[in-house]
Design a protein around this ligand. Structure first.
Ligand SMILES: Cc1cc2nc3c(=O)[nH]c(=O)nc-3n(C[C@H](O)[C@H](O)[C@H](O)COP(=O)(O)OP(=O)(O)OC[C@H]3O[C@@H](n4cnc5c(N)ncnc54)[C@H](O)[C@@H]3O)c2cc1C
Length: 506
């Protein structure tokens, strides 16, 4: 396949690279995806997909396929592992999303669905091809790829390094992860289980020997993990018998494992690169940040990196916006990555605490389980629903609308069509209240997106007095919010904040 100088090369066909590739293809960008592995992985690493990612995956058109392969989990239960009795429950039912649950689905299934969507959009993953070298200048990037036929060098416009925790792209741009590389150790199994615990919650078991986790997947399948001491030198995986022995002691004797699909030990690291943009090369997902699986944030954060970058890169690669727009990828996503590294480290320390600290942890969990507002705050944070870009240069707010630019666009129940469904049409979504300027607004927005008239539920959600407009970015966040619907306000935003070349208004 040929690659031209505005082609984006995505390195790595994990969940992040595939999300980026499908999004870029949706926005009419020429994309090439290379993947070092000859075959997709069978390791079910990330099993929890949260509300904010589900919203984005809905816009990409894959949510229903994913739901068919997974299990909707509406709660997190903290269980006393000695007795099997529930101590507290974090209920996700009231989180402010159309998807108030975690979707537990094995990562290979998520990747297969994303690869299928990318293929529908014309992107085929080139397997057995690895990035080995790159050099860039002002106009493009020369990349050396190694495949079955040896090495070849091609020129592309941009490179997205979504090549995971051991990223080659990261090394080739001369940066590295900065953080801690020695943390807690876990033993993990992916197996069918027989258990009296209903598959209605992710369960965290507290026990003096160390915590355990049980994630129900589709059918009888489950992910099980235990906090363990550092495994003996040379051991990469526990045996099934060792896992079963821990389950018997730490899970109230109520979990029996069948033949496992995957057994592994892993150690928690927490680190991040100092920046995400290096000229024409970007880092996303595990290539940019690695952390504990506590709270199931890794893949979710990476998917949202991809969603944030894809529409910006599309505007620039297609010659519609100035490349300075791409700096906002780092400005918006680097702080989110830093926050995720911090919170998952704290969550792991809290979850694995012993002695007096465990008693404090149990009190905190009691509060989470029994005080509705704390329950909701924790649930929304875990679902990544509290992430916003209010401080971004792309967030422009005029007037007194109730919802702020930089926040995720409200998608209240009662609207005729969900915002995430409207966003299946690629591009921006301009929600307008007040018909006077609608035709002029359509003209200003042109082929950049779609204009919709706000219905009563949306007008209420934005709190517009009479006129108002909100420009929803393709990743679902609010760029411009104004309590006027004047076309000049929109034109100014597109030209100044997004740096889109606008035809002169005459
Ligand atoms: C045990 C475990 C449990 C986890 N549980 C969760 C969870 O419940 N929820 C969650 O959100 N996250 C979880 N994670 C984290 C999650 O798996 C990662 O965050 C996620 O896989 C990152 O996706 P990625 O696309 O960035 O990288 P990866 O999935 O690592 O994909 C990178 C791809 O790039 C390819 N590649 C590497 N180098 C090259 C090269 N030079 N050229 C071409 N291709 C290359 C690799 O082969 C790989 O396929 C877990 C991780 C582990 C280890």
């Amino acid at each position: 396949m040929n690659a031209t100088s505005d082609t984006v090369l995505v390195v790595g066909a994990g969940p992040v690279g595939l999300t980026a590739a499908a999004q870029l293809a949706r926005f009419d960008v020429s994309v090439r995806v290379i993947e070092a592995l000859e075959q997709p992985t069978t390791e079910s690493r990330a099993v929890g997909v949260h509300a904010r990612s589900l919203e984005m995956l809905a816009s990409l058109g894959v949510l229903e396929r994913l739901k068919a392969l997974g299990r909707r989990i509406p709660a997190l239960d903290v269980v006393d592992g000695r007795t099997g009795r529930s101590r507290n429950r974090l209920d996700l039912g009231d989180t402010a999303s159309r998807h108030p649950y975690v979707l537990d689905v094995a990562q290979p299934d998520t990747e297969a669905v994303l690869a299928e969507r990318a293929a529908e959009l014309g992107v085929v993953v080139e397997r057995g091809v690895a990035l080995t070298a790159l050099s860039q200048d002002d106009d493009g990037v020369d990349v050396t790829l190694r495949g079955a036929d040896g090495e070849s060098t091609i020129r592309v416009g941009w490179v997205l390094g979504a090549d995971g925790g051991h990223s080659t792209t990261r090394r080739l741009v001369g940066t590295e992860l900065d953080g801690g590389f020695h943390g807690q150790h876990f033993a993990m199994a992916d197996a069918d289980v027989e258990t009296s615990y209903a598959p209605d919650a992710i369960r965290m078991f507290t026990h003096p020997d160390g915590m355990g986790m049980l994630f129900p997947l589709a059918g009888a399948r489950a992910r099980i993990m235990f906090l363990v001491d550092a495994p003996p030198e040379g051991r990469t995986a526990p045996t099934l018998a060792e896992m079963q022995a821990m389950a018997d002691v730490r899970m109230g004797g109520a979990v029996k494992m069948g033949t496992p699909r995957w057994l592994t030990y892993f150690e928690v690291h927490h680190a991040q690169v100092p920046q995400y943009r290096f000229g024409r090369v970007f880092l996303a997902g595990d290539a940019a940040h690695i952390h504990s699986p506590a709270g199931a944030q890794g893949m979710n954060t990476g998917i949202q990196d991809a969603a944030n970058l894809a529409w910006k890169l599309a505007l620039v690669a297609r010659g519609r916006a100035d490349a300075a727009l791409l700096d906002t990828y780092n400005d918006e996503r680097h702080p989110v990555g830093a926050m995720v590294v911090r919170t998952t480290t704290t969550l792991t320390d809290v979850g694995t605490a012993s002695g007096p600290q465990a008693a404090l942890r149990n009190i905190a969990m009691y509060l989470v389980g029994h005080v509705h507002v704390i329950n909701n705050a924790v649930g929304s944070t875990m679902a990544e629903l509290t992430i916003n870009y209010r401080d971004s240069a792309l967030s422009v707010h005029h007037g007194r609308a109730a919802v702020k630019a930089g926040e995720h666009a409200p998608d209240p129940a009662g609207t005729a069509v969900a915002v995430e469904d409207l966003l299946t049409t690629p591009g921006f979504l301009l929600v307008v209240s007040g018909a006077e300027h609608e035709a002029a607004l359509r003209e200003v927005l042109g082929d950049l997106g779609t204009v919709v008239t706000a219905d009563a539920a949306l007008v209420r959600a934005y709190g517009w007095p009479i006129d108002g407009m909100a420009l929803i970015r393709p990743d679902g966040y609010l760029g411009l919010v104004a309590d006027s619907a004047h076309p000049d306000v929109l034109r100014d935003y597109l030209a100044t904040a997004l740096r889109i070349a606008m035809p002169s208004s005459s």
